[in-house]
Design a protein around this ligand. Sequence first.
Ligand SMILES: Nc1ncnc2c1ncn2[C@@H]1O[C@H](COP(=O)(O)OP(=O)(O)OP(=O)(O)O)[C@@H](O)[C@H]1O
Ligand SMILES: [Mg+2]
Length: 246
Amino acid sequence: MNNILEIAGLRKKFYQLEAVAGVDFEVREGEILGLIGPNGSGKTTLFDCITGIQRPTAGEVRFMGKRITRMKPHCIYQLGIGRTFQLVQLFPGMTVLDNMIMAIQESEGTVLSRLFQMDESKDEKKAIELLEFLNIIHLKDQIAKNISYGQQKLLDMGMVLMSKPKLIMLDEPMAGVNATLGKEIAERLIELNRRGCSFLIIEHNMRVIMNLCHRIVVLDYGKKIAEGSPEEIQNNKQVLAAYFGG
Ligand SMILES: Nc1ncnc2c1ncn2[C@@H]1O[C@H](COP(=O)(O)OP(=O)(O)OP(=O)(O)O)[C@@H](O)[C@H]1O
Ligand SMILES: [Mg+2]
């Protein structure tokens, strides 16, 4: 099995604090990999380093065999890595449909295509298909800030899907989402995975992580302390100690 993403010796230092302290792991093609660890263990910083939001202090990131370390965020996005943030990032005053269309035009639309609006109908068709897939098509004309937080999370995922990413990185997709919508998000995710998307998911909800992920990587104080199947991680003493002390 090929690796879609490879992280080697990755470090990120903020002044004296090493938020990511030399991390190695890979995401295999077609895999749902969970990234867990206590608060402040470096999970989001690791995401930021992979997606070009933060410059790693050292180490390498490879995506489909290509070195993407220190590339600009929009270049990494265009190569096929989609990402959501811990707190949803929407255009709050725009409709759900316009948010979807903006998501792609913001980073993909060239001056020319915008000028002639060549891609608009194509983008709208894609947006509608995705809103149908996510079961939020009935919300398409609602203003984004007025829909529930769980629905905003689904919209956020929809916006990521507009670029047809090969790897989707989700930072706490279930946080603040009720059980029904959480189930909905998980089902969509499994379906996308079935269609060939690989996933790297940060999530604190252990039941979600254990049910969804093929493998799990555990961070603690910026270091990888364990890696394995959900069963292996559940029974790992070091992981239990990191979470519950001991
Ligand atoms: N921009 C920054 N400047 C300075 N320190 C930072 C910055 N971003 C993160 N940190 C610190 O780096 C460490 C790791 O933070 P990070 O947000 O990556 O953790 P996390 O595992 O995502 O936590 P949580 O589960 O709470 O989201 C923390 O100690 C945090 O305070
Ligand atoms: Mg975080």
